[in-house]
Design a protein around this ligand. Structure first.
Ligand code: ATP
Ligand code: MG
Length: 332
């Protein structure tokens, strides 16, 4: 059976970008067709300036939201990365295979390091090595497919390279994974700045729709989205990024095609109105389920406990095999 692994960082409130780019597919498609693991990758949240209490709060919230999107702990595994030591055990071995040049080439490292410096902070070493830990997250489980948004494809490719290199040097140990991306909305853009990605660790603002935003807040944010100087509705990500973003969001929420939808609108106002309503409808059941789950934190905790136990069992044979292959003696 195909093995799927993917994760979400507790670095901020979950956004519409996270949902349309990744989480929705996890719940609606991946968990039903593959043996899947979905991880709250909390160690990755420590790679930038963070508040411990906030990370704890956001980790619980991410777990609750994952279940609210429809992940079923009977058919998939949901857990916290820090509860399964195999991630960090393997990460060190992969640091002995990946190179510093590879790390410095990562687009996200360059962007996030620049942001940390702009804020007057220093860049944590873990921000540089983050893609190696992510490779370990993926490779520990013999993962075939990693469903992600566009921005994570480069990191999955690095995990592939590292797997191939390890296998060549030390004998076949890892399955070589591949990224899968959604057909539309693989990169949802900020509504106020449609040339930059809607990211949950950005400072909160009117350009980001959060999964838990009230319907009226969603409507307001979408209606105030920055559009382009033209008047006609055309789908062109290069010259009309604002309108293209709305068309992609609408298409993703209605199972439509952005190009075809563009032809159906004569004004930006009507497009925004329909997009706002479509987003509100898509988020409605998630919000309702989230409310229900918040009333039962013991259930969520039980899911995480059980998930960590299963994940440990799944990862251990591969990680142990990697320890042997690379030249380490078994414990005596
Ligand atoms: P951060 O700013 O901390 O990196 P993020 O919003 O990028 O937060 P991640 O936890 O890094 O969220 O990513 C979780 C998943 O959501 C990944 O698969 C990622 O590719 C996807 N994703 C993130 N932002 C978007 C977006 N704007 N559009 C589509 N997919 C996205
Ligand atoms: Mg990200």
């Amino acid at each position: 059976m195909t093995r799927v692994f993917s994760g979400i960082k507790p670095t901020g409130h979950v956004t519409l970008g996270n949902y349309l780019g990744a989480m929705r597919r996890w719940a609606q498609v991946d968990q039903h067709r593959a043996d899947s693991l979905f991880c709250i990758v909390d160690l990755h949240a420590l790679t930038v300036d963070h508040d411990p209490a906030r990370v704890r709060r956001l980790s619980r919230q991410a777990a609750t939201l994952l279940l609210a999107t429809g992940l079923d702990p009977e058919v998939c595994t949901v857990y916290l990365q820090s509860h399964v030591d195999e991630h960090t055990r393997l990460s060190y071995l992969l640091e002995c295979v990946a190179t510093d040049g590879e790390m410095r080439r990562m687009v996200q490292y360059k962007e996030k390091a620049a942001r940390e410096r702009e804020r007057g902070g220093s860049v944590r070493l873990s921000l540089l090595t983050y893609p190696v830990l992510m490779a370990a997250d993926i490779l520990a489980f013999g993962t075939d497919e990693v469903p992600v948004g566009d921005d994570q494809v480069q990191h999955v490719e690095l995990a592939r390279d590292v797997a191939v290199r390890f296998n060549q040097r030390y004998g076949h140990t890892f399955v070589v994974p591949r990224a899968t991306r959604p057909g539309v909305a693989a990169r949802v853009m900020n509504l106020q700045d449609p040339t930059s990605k809607m990211g949950k660790s950005e400072d909160s603002g009117p350009g980001i729709v959060y999964l838990l935003d009230e319907p009226d807040v969603v409507r307001k944010k979408v209606m105030r989205a920055v559009t382009d100087s033209g008047r006609d509705v055309v789908y062109d990500r290069e010259s009309r990024p604002g309108v293209a973003n709305l068309l992609e969001i609408l298409a993703a929420c209605t199972d439509g095609d952005p190009e075809a939808l563009a032809g159906a609108y004569a004004s930006y106002g009507a497009l925004k109105k329909d997009t706002a309503e479509a987003v509100v409808e898509v988020l409605r059941p998630v919000r309702a389920k989230h409310r229900e789950l918040c009333a039962d934190p013991a259930h969520v905790e039980g899911v995480l406990r059980d998930g960590a136990r299963r994940a440990r069992e799944m990862a251990r044979p591969t990680v142990d095999a990697a320890y042997r292959a690379i030249g380490l003696l078994p414990p005596v």
